[in-house]
Ligand binder design. Sequence first.
Ligand code: FE2
Length: 331
Amino acid sequence: MIVLGIESTAHTFGVGLVTDEPEVKILANVRDTYVPPKGGMKPGDLARHHAEVAAEVTRTALERAEVSIRNIDSVAVALGPGMGPALRVGAVVARGLALKYGKPLVPVNHGVAHIEIGMFATKSRDPLILYLSGGNTIIATYYEGRYRVFGETLDIALGNMMDAFVREIGLAPPYVRNGMHVIDICAEGGKNLLDLPYVVKGNDMSFSGLLTAALRLKDKVNIHDLCYSVREYAFDMLLEATERALALTGKKEILVVGGVAASVSLRGKLEALAKDRGVELKVVPPEYAGDNGAMIAYTGLLAYKSGQKVDPEKAMVRPRWRIDQVEIGWR
Ligand code: FE2
């Protein structure tokens, strides 16, 4: 069986192809990511970008996979969560392909897809999951047919906070240079830990107060100290919530998925935590860390084989679709 997956929830339009014969294999993973000339991402600009690149990305993915669209078995699409205008481009392309070629359409939750591709790529069995991306900071575990959210941010996501911070102090975009987030590059010269808000409530975290307080200090302190402090406070909040979740769930593996998984400095801290608690740390490989079509195709394959599909006319986008609302019929 071959599944084509379409990703368009945020800045990336991606198409992936996955087969399960004779074993599960990613055949292609092509993407085009929108980088705003300055400032944050406007939903309308994302939609325009995705509409412009959709045909080319889809064609290239099929060519790399050496598969004709007629020979695929189903079309999977990320229907949420994400930005409405961006999501709608992927949904329109997927519906169009499903109807034109008579293929079943499989709805995929973007967050669940980040988790599933991480499980697949790292061969995790039953991990404590850290889903860390631009828009999400979630600590989750699988339990009885669903991914349950154990802890999450109460306001903005960790990735979003770091991006907004470096943007507001004039260092970005781009947010990543030479594979490093700009906050890490800026933090290299910092050594003094400044006084900033640290907010962990139960298993949940809050990053918006940290951002506001840091920006208030930006012209009054050494900028390297500020970058260093923001990063240390943010990561330490996440580490505290993670450690508590590990203690409570007794999980033996930590799996990190999502774009922030690529952070070398976070990885170092998590490695120390894992060693301390005698658990294994698994991090999704860089090619599947950020948003991509392969993760949608792979999760679509799992979902389709467990009987999930949707009538193309009823395939509406769901900008606020949470991972714990998804029935996991394949685990
Ligand atoms: Fe994502």
